[in-house]
Design a protein around this ligand. Structure first.
Ligand SMILES: [Zn+2]
Length: 214
């Protein structure tokens, strides 16, 4: 990727390291759109975040080290053209923010993540990230969302079930780590974290595969 693009937009790259596993879900077809959207637009498996997010990730690395855990990064900066492609691929409204301007991923100040053990195995959580399941992705492609939305209730940071003791404990741990390091949550998605006042303080970042050399 053109380093000028990163520099001019105050972006930093999250690299695979002792603490972070870069595994962008929209770079492969196993996501709710069933398409490798980031590959299709030429963006690939790259995790970029605003330098203010990168700062906080350094703090998170210290915590992960103490806890003997790693973090899997499933989404970070999302190019607006990729967000638009997600919207175009899905024949129903509401699965994605209705336009790139409404998603802080497109500003570089949101990440989707979970915790893993030192070998990179995900800890258990109440749902997959994005509440993904191949079954739901297939239904959504046909415009059917009722089962998916029902399942999505388990993605809430307030969802509780006595049968999911470990999953909820891990969710709470992730929430605590992220809040302690300066991120805020959204109620509906346990895996999504963003900088407070993101829309007021940061800008939408355009990315164009024609212009930005890889
Ligand atoms: Zn997100």
């Amino acid at each position: 990727m053109d380093t000028d693009f990163l520099k001019k937009n105050n972006l930093a790259e999250i690299k695979n390291s002792e603490y972070f596993i870069v595994d962008m879900m929209y770079s492969v077809p196993e996501n709710i759109t069933s398409h490798p959207v980031y590959e299709e637009v030429g963006f690939g498996n790259n995790a970029y975040v605003h330098i203010d997010v990168a700062d906080k990730l350094n703090k998170i690395a210290e915590v992960l080290q103490r806890l003997n855990l790693k973090m899997r990064i499933r989404d970070a900066y999302r190019p607006p053209i990729a967000h638009q492609r997600c919207l175009d691929l899905i024949p129903v409204k509401g699965v994605f923010a209705s336009k790139p301007e409404n998603s802080l991923h497109c500003y570089g100040v949101a990440i989707d993540c979970c915790l893993t053990d030192m070998k990179g195995n995900n800890l258990r959580f109440p749902t997959e990230i994005d509440a993904y399941d191949k079954k739901y992705a297939r239904q959504i492609a046909f415009g059917k969302t009722d089962e998916y939305y029902k399942h999505f209730e388990k993605a809430s940071i307030n969802f509780y079930s006595p049968n999911l003791f470990e999953e909820i404990k891990n969710r709470e741990l992730l929430q605590k780590i992220m809040h302690d390091c300066g991120f805020e949550s959204i109620t509906s998605e346990w895996w999504h974290f963003q900088l407070p006042n993101g829309k007021e303080k940061y800008k939408l970042i355009e990315w164009n595969s024609e212009k930005e050399t890889k």
